[in-house]
Write a protein that binds this ligand. Structure first.
Ligand SMILES: Cc1ncc(COP(=O)(O)O)c(C=O)c1O
Length: 368
């Protein structure tokens, strides 16, 4: 852990590196807590964004009822750090991971897992029986992405069958509409998200009427959480990116106040032999590449592009005025936060432009 950087001005850090402005992070957590309170919905933020148990603990402190993770390896890191109330939002099917899951629920019995397959449910039930354990489960419903989840038409039938397994405790449904989160137009995003989440909500209502204890309807990311929370059946939301934000999410229209870009990256000009551009030290190994470009915030007139410069380098051009000098440090908002964070070991925590703490991204690389 590079503690010798504590107290330094951010411009003295070795680049490329990730910074988190602590006040902005707390602002985002507070805003989410307030919105959730107003809407009477629980927040179980997705830790796949930050992969940092310190941020997960802060989210719990600021009102979250637990944490979502995508994979068992992330869950193990979070539980090790004392985080509880975990929902694993992807199915777990491989024997080696089911074994890890058993170890996990021994330590954290309130853990929940999504299921979208009855053979998988039978296997999980059998293993739980063998270990004399119970597993809390949600039925994953496909929101139309075709990624995971059962079709809406199958959901009632699946829920009844899962409910019959002795060692699986049916808690509710997950329906996550990832394909809608970045629709720029708010009205269109609301209409489409309400369409699918209302259909999932109908399943919840029917299951409850049929005597199945379907208390939870979860889903929702940073793009739709406040729209989805308008629906009576939605009991919890699982936004991830809101805590640190990125350029993709900064570009869309919001119903309420926008979250602040709490996370930024520093990169240094390392070559300036061309009148058209300079080269910086952040390429695809530091900045995950998507269609949206990172936005340079330290200089108004400069633009970043990967532009084929490869793993280690990026290209910076000037819309007007001068190019930055050799050795100059630029600060930017990353294009897509989750996979970018996964490339780093630490966040430098910044207050008034100085390093006040260094937090390990302790679940980075945990994609198993
Ligand atoms: C199942 C699930 N829930 C929640 C999220 C969080 O979404 P976001 O980062 O868009 O807020 C994701 C992100 O991909 C996800 O896959």
């Amino acid at each position: 852990m590079p503690h010798n950087y504590l107290g330094l001005h951010k411009s003295q850090l070795p680049t490329p590196c990730l910074l988190i402005d602590k006040h902005k992070l707390i602002n985002n957590l507070t805003l989410m807590q307030q919105l959730a309170k107003d809407k009477e919905v629980n927040v179980r933020p997705h830790a796949k964004t930050h992969k940092c148990s310190k941020i997960a603990q802060l989210q719990l402190k600021y009102g979250a009822i637990g944490i979502c993770v995508a994979k068992i390896s992330e869950a193990l890191v979070m539980v090790q750090a004392g985080v509880r109330g975990i929902l694993i939002t992807s199915p777990i099917v491989a024997d080696n991971k089911i074994k890890q899951l058993i170890d996990l629920i021994k330590q954290a019995p309130d853990t929940m897992l999504v299921i979208d397959n009855l053979e998988n449910a039978a296997k999980l039930n059998q293993v739980c029986q063998k270990h004399k354990l119970s597993l809390n489960v949600l039925l994953d419903i496909d929101a139309g992405i075709g990624r995971t989840g059962v079709h809406l038409n199958q959901a009632i039938n699946y829920a009844h069958k899962i409910n019959q397994f002795s060692n699986l405790i049916f808690k509710g449904i997950q329906c996550y509409a990832g394909h809608l989160q970045h629709i720029s137009d708010l009205a269109q995003r609301r209409t489409l998200s309400h369409q699918i989440l209302n259909a999932a909500g109908e399943i919840k209502i029917q299951l409850l009427a049929q005597g199945i204890d379907c208390q939870i309807q979860t889903g929702s990311g940073t793009g739709t959480f406040s729209l989805d929370a308008e629906l009576a059946t939605v009991s919890e939301i699982q936004p991830g990116s809101y805590c640190v934000m990125d350029q993709e999410y900064s570009d869309i229209e919001y119903k309420e106040q926008k979250f602040l870009a709490a996370m930024t990256m520093l990169t240094t000009v390392i070559s300036n032999n061309h009148p058209s551009h300079v080269t910086v030290d952040a390429g695809t190994k530091a900045l995950y590449k998507v269609a949206t470009k990172p936005r340079i915030i330290s200089h108004e007139h400069l633009n970043y592009d990967w532009d084929g410069f490869g793993d280690e380098h990026g290209k910076v051009t000037a819309a007007s005025g001068d190019l930055p000098a050799l050795g100059e440090v630029l600060e930017l908002v990353v294009a897509h936060c989750d996979p970018t964070i996964n490339l780093f070991d630490h966040f430098y925590i910044i207050e008034n432009d100085h390093v006040v703490d260094i937090w390990a991204i302790d679940a980075r690389g945990c994609c198993q």
